[in-house]
Write a protein that binds this ligand. Structure first.
Ligand code: ARG
Length: 440
């Protein structure tokens, strides 16, 4: 079942048929393929390549194929080269000889290009919506649990922050990712239909008609580029890779925080699994899988970049490989976004353990130095003094706020009773510009 048997005298090898077919992968372009064909037929009528009656016959045929695929009556299967061949041959079976006119002034090269652009564009909204759901989950969870916790550098306890501010950092990353996807959607929104195989067509067609019908901003400026460009897929997969990288960092924190060593959060049973041998185990598998699948999405990005790097203009069959990588990366990122949002929505925050971790980490040491600065000590001297206080606290096994003023005065006689309020963990969060962390 071929669209191009004319110049061939013998059949392809069976393994070649299978190797060459993209139908098991590109079947999911059926809606975009039919929309592209309906727009093309409308343009053909507009350009007198088809009579209005022929146009109507083809459009009705295409619509009936769509309806039958959606209802399950027509299964996308069989020995076809790709979704384009499947639909065109099905159309000719339904409407007869007129079906053979569908491909006038078109090549599968501009056809597959217009299908993928529509598909990618449609999916950008799905990804942006999923990102927004995650952003909302992070902000809601942070707002409902804006408790103080240790902030880290080098994974060492550093200064007091709030849980809302910590989750808010991730919300910022996903907000940037959303803008990136939006930007990619704007760049890709040009119509390649009408480029033909690579060099346009001698038929007097009007690319504005399909451009308007398919919702593109303009026809592409260059035919050769129009059928060769897969930049938009690489760009979207780079965006997906960033989304995964951000989710992977968040996953890593969820895994750490849910460990017995931290106990800052409890991940819901719904997103955890147990051990077949150790009865006490509850493992953060959802977060681990998201972290793990990040490698898979990076892999897809690199696979496509590598496929494209040596290709001469214009279309080469290598480009058929774009779909498997793009679809897999897209499905993975959408699954991960959904699971991550749900995991955030349902996790429990253990305020008690977060507070206990603050107490043990000298997390107000910087504020003791700031206090000394406020009393007139140069910051470098203040830093040195607090260093000595820490050594003393470690020897005595005490926190700074547990020392008496008498003990503290041995390190600096600028220290007075007002130090306790200044270095209190809750009040630290309200001082200077730190108030930002409370505003969630
Ligand atoms: N299945 C092909 C692809 O995905 C469609 C384009 C075929 N074009 C061609 N000249 N063989 O790239």
């Amino acid at each position: 079942m071929k669209l191009w048997g004319g110049r061939f005298s013998s059949k392809a090898d069976e393994i070649m048929e299978k190797f060459n077919s993209s139908l098991p992968v590109d079947y999911r372009l059926y809606r975009e393929d039919i929309a592209g064909s309906i727009a093309h037929v409308t343009m053909q009528v507009h350009s007198d390549l088809l009579s209005p009656e022929e146009g109507e016959l083809l459009v009705n045929g295409l619509q009936s194929i769509l309806a039958d695929i959606e209802s399950g009556e027509l299964k996308i299967e069989g020995n076809y080269e790709d979704i384009h061949s499947f639909i065109e041959m099905n159309l000719t079976e339904r409407v007869g000889e007129t079906g053979k006119k569908l491909h006038t002034a078109r090549s599968r090269n501009d056809q597959v290009a217009v299908d993928m652009r529509q598909y990618a564009r449609n999916q950008t909204s799905v990804v942006m919506d999923a990102l927004q759901v995650l952003i909302d989950s992070l902000e809601a969870k942070g707002k409902a649990n804006n408790v103080i916790m240790p902030g880290y550098t080098h994974l060492q306890r550093a200064q007091v922050v709030t849980f809302g501010h910590h989750l808010g950092a991730y919300a910022q990353m996903f907000k940037r990712d959303k803008k990136r996807v939006q930007n990619a959607a704007e760049i890709l929104n040009e119509n390649p239909l009408g480029c033909g195989a690579l060099a346009g067509t001698t038929h007097d067609i009007n690319r504005q008609v399909t451009t308007a019908l398919l919702g593109f901003d303009k026809p592409v400026d260059n035919f050769l580029d129009g059928v060769s460009d897969r930049d938009y897929l690489v760009e979207l997969m780079s965006d997906f890779s960033l989304i995964m990288m951000h989710m992977s960092r968040l996953s890593e924190e969820l895994i750490l925080w849910s460990s017995q060593e931290f106990r800052f959060i409890t991940i819901s049973d719904a997103y955890s699994t147990g051990s077949s041998i150790m009865p006490q185990k509850k493992n953060p598998d959802a977060a681990e899988l998201i972290r793990g699948k990040t490698g898979r999405v990076y892999g897809s990005l690199f696979a496509l970049l590598t496929t494209l790097k040596g290709l001469p203009l214009t279309y080469n069959k290598d480009m058929q490989e774009d779909k498997e990588q793009f679809f897999d990366a897209l499905d993975t990122v959408l699954d991960c976004l959904e699971i991550m949002s749900k995991m955030i929505d349902t996790l429990q925050v253990n305020e008690k353990h977060m507070k206990a971790a603050i107490k043990g980490g000298f997390l107000n040491a910087t504020e003791v130095a700031d206090y000394l600065v406020a009393k007139g000590t140069p910051f470098r001297d203040a830093h040195e003094i607090v260093g000595k206080i820490i050594i003393y606290c470690e020897q005595e096994n005490k926190a700074i706020e547990d020392l008496t003023v008498g003990e503290l005065k041995k390190f600096s006689n600028h220290i007075e009773d007002d130090i306790y309020e200044y270095i209190d963990y809750e009040s630290i969060i309200t001082k200077g510009n730190k108030g930002l962390m409370k505003k969630q």
